[in-house]
Design a protein around this ligand. Structure first.
Ligand code: ATP
Length: 379
């Protein structure tokens, strides 16, 4: 998976001495009294592919547009490579933007589209030709020079748009939902191509997305936004495995949430009494939580195991009736209704054909999970 390449690189955000390439400091933007971006501070490092992720209207595009210089902040500062760019106009920033709708000139050929910015800069003809060829090759579009955008597929158009942005050798590329217009299959392929291109040229990418799978596949880190604020910043694995709130846990993938109260706290575990299941939960948390605290335990569906025999021990299991089996090809998601009425989801890998499955609709089943797979979240 593409993300592993990023994770194997050095992680500058772990190094307190590393200088961020982009620094967003206490940025707020209001439109007619309504807050779109609310006191956001963020550091992004050279060579990162950083995604701003969140629901429609959470403020991610507004933040990106302020980085590009298309919008000015109501308050706060933006630094790029250590230089205060807050009041610098868009055309003077070392930034290039790739839009969702490609924004190619329809009457120009692929070659003319890519060369456009370089001609405006007044570069010599030979250099323009060499640079255009180099970037056509980079996006694997050599041979398409004479076509117009109407003669290209959506994925090809987006690759030309990317080449047009990169050919000017910007230090920072901002991408506004760059793959949203592509169908699912093509989008998945283009995600990996984009990551490969970004790694080859080593330019910093900041991308806006509302698609969590896309952000997880492509990003070095993700900033998850809601209502103008950043709720959590972290690598894909960190955000998935250690969400810091119920909102983040629900937004990234699906999750089972067991609301409850801490009834025992020891140095290596806590015990949670939940209103949803009869057995208590025994969890090995990363932070200490006091007895009496109202919390929620999050357990991912793929960490919940299904069986038709009663598990041993007094913790971390429950039972119920299979109410639905959602078949997704490689896996199936079992919806199990507990006596309390709550539904728990369990993801099971389909190693046998559907008809041979040992557990079927309306079967009584047991669900269990490991102590280390529970995440304690504030209510
Ligand atoms: P989407 O995924 O739908 O593009 P988003 O997270 O990118 O959403 P923004 O476009 O940043 O959200 O918008 C954040 C909020 O600011 C929204 O409530 C939006 O209506 C508002 N907003 C954005 N631009 C303007 C504007 N020019 N004038 C007034 N309100 C605006």
């Amino acid at each position: 998976m593409a993300q592993s390449k990023h994770l194997s690189n050095l992680e500058p955000w772990q190094d307190p001495k590393a200088q961020p390439y982009v620094s967003i400091k206490n940025i707020t933007k209001t439109f007619g009294g309504r807050v779109a971006v609310n006191n956001v501070s963020l550091s992004i490092f050279r060579g990162e592919l950083f995604s701003l992720l969140g629901r429609s209207g959470c403020g991610k595009t507004t933040l990106l547009r302020m980085l590009a210089g298309f919008e000015s902040p109501t308050s706060g500062k933006i630094f790029i490579d250590g230089i205060d760019m807050t009041d610098t106009p868009a055309y003077k920033r070392p930034v290039s933007m790739v839009f969702q709708s490609y924004a190619l000139f329809p009457h120009m050929t692929v070659e003319q589209n890519i060369a456009f910015g370089l001609i405006q800069e007044g570069l010599p003809k030979d250099e323009i030709r060499d640079r255009v060829n180099e970037y056509l090759e980079l996006v694997q579009m050599s041979g398409y020079e004479r076509r117009t955008p109407a003669q290209l597929s959506g994925g090809e158009r987006q690759r030309v748009a990317l080449a047009r942005s990169l050919v000017k050798q910007p230090k920072l590329v901002l991408l506004d939902e760059p793959l949203a217009a592509l169908d699912k299959k093509l989008r998945e392929r283009t995600q990996l191509e984009l990551v490969n291109i970004q790694e080859k040229v080593g330019v910093t990418f900041i991308m806006v997305s509302h698609d969590q799978e896309e952000a997880m596949t492509m990003s070095s880190r993700i900033g998850l936004m809601n209502e103008g604020r950043i709720l959590q910043i972290g690598g894909p694995t960190e955000i998935y495995e250690y969400p810091n709130s119920k909102y983040v846990a629900n937004f990234i993938g699906s999750v089972n949430l067991f609301d409850g109260i801490i009834v025992e706290e020891k140095f290596d575990h806590v015990i949670v009494k939940s209103t949803i299941i009869e057995k208590n939960l025994y969890i090995t948390p990363s932070a200490s939580v006091p007895v009496g605290a109202q919390i929620s335990v999050a357990i991912r569906p793929e960490k919940v195991m299904l069986t038709d025999t009663q598990p041993d021990g007094e913790y971390n299991w429950t039972n119920g009736t299979v109410k639905d089996i959602v078949y997704l090809g490689d896996v199936s998601i079992y919806h199990v209704r507990l006596r309390s009425g709550a539904i728990v989801f369990a993801t099971v890998t389909n190693s046998v054909r559907a008809a041979e499955r040992p557990i079927q609709w309306d079967d009584e089943v047991f669900l269990y999970w490991k102590a280390e797979n529970g995440i304690i979240l504030a209510m």
